[in-house]
Design a protein around this ligand. Structure first.
Ligand code: SF4
Length: 264
């Protein structure tokens, strides 16, 4: 089913604003089987059909080892869209269970992205498309602030010099609700996430917190989104001085005290 104009507008706006795609790019989509990646693949396919320049499209599923990744279902979906499909089996779940049981997601995402980048390299794809949307970016912004004391989120586009791969996030102007609603156009259903951690992550806590805040103030997401943009007015504490600078400041302070005492 054809996507509504408003959706195509959001997709092309992201692609043009952040200079995500160029002629003859070979784009590999990370396809987990969740609603976001299923929709991203469909959206990119529709963009490819009407794009003013040619680019290639394929999809890859990383089997994390948590359970059945429904590879047949995903392969059939790709066949219907006439998109090549890759499946990469890994033992990421074993590593996660052993080393990061209490906070598995950041390491898991890191390893999964690593597996996708390796596939890009071995299969000759220069662009990796990930299905993060606007709400993901906002939640990551808050997660970084609350759990690691850093004011940052992922970027709509990043060039990874070591792998020579451009990572793009074309759904960056879609809210989660919009993606949910858009899946009907793709004519596909999201598959159940086999990961045992998927319901109790730091992200689910931040999502719940935002949900509560939105009840009181419906502009919470918009305000966080606006705070994420560079060029906004920032008033933060100055950087912590290093030892030498702190020593200098003590000396100046004590010098001032001596001068003051001398005047008494
Ligand atoms: S919820 Fe599971 S699959 Fe998703 S990032 Fe966390 S550990 Fe990995």
């Amino acid at each position: 089913m054809k996507l509504p104009k408003s959706y195509l507008h959001k997709l092309w706006r992201a692609v043009i604003e952040f200079e995500m795609l160029f002629t003859k790019d070979k784009v590999l989509v990370g396809l987990s089987g969740g609603k976001d990646s299923l929709f991203l693949l469909y959206a990119l396919k529709e963009m490819q059909l009407h794009s003013p320049f040619p680019f290639q499209l394929a999809a890859a599923t990383i089997d994390l080892g948590f359970g059945d990744p429904n590879a047949n279902y995903l392969q059939n979906y790709c066949q219907r869209l006439e998109v090549p499909f890759f499946l990469k089996k890994t033992t990421i779940s074993e590593v996660i269970k052993k080393t990061s049981f209490n906070n598995p997601c950041s390491k898991c995402a890191y390893f999964r992205r690593g597996a996708l980048l390796t596939l890009c390299k071995s299969e000759g794809y220069n662009v990796l498309a990930l299905a993060h949307h606007q709400d993901d970016a906002i939640e990551t912004f808050l997660l970084s602030l609350l759990y690691s004391g850093q004011l940052k989120t992922f970027l709509p586009k990043t060039y990874l010099e070591r792998s020579e791969v451009r990572v793009i996030r074309p759904l960056i102007y879609f809210t989660e609700d919009e993606v949910k609603g858009a899946l009907k156009y793709a004519g596909v259903k999201a598959i159940k996430d086999p990961c045992p951690f998927s319901r109790s992550t730091q992200r689910t806590k931040v999502k719940a917190l935002l949900k509560t805040l939105v009840k009181e103030n419906p502009n919470v997401y918009t305000h966080l989104l606006s705070a994420m943009r560079e060029g906004k007015k920032i008033e933060l504490w100055p950087q912590t001085p290093d030892k030498e600078e702190m020593h200098r400041r003590y000396k100046t302070f004590l010098g001032n005290v001596d001068t003051f005492m001398g005047t008494l």
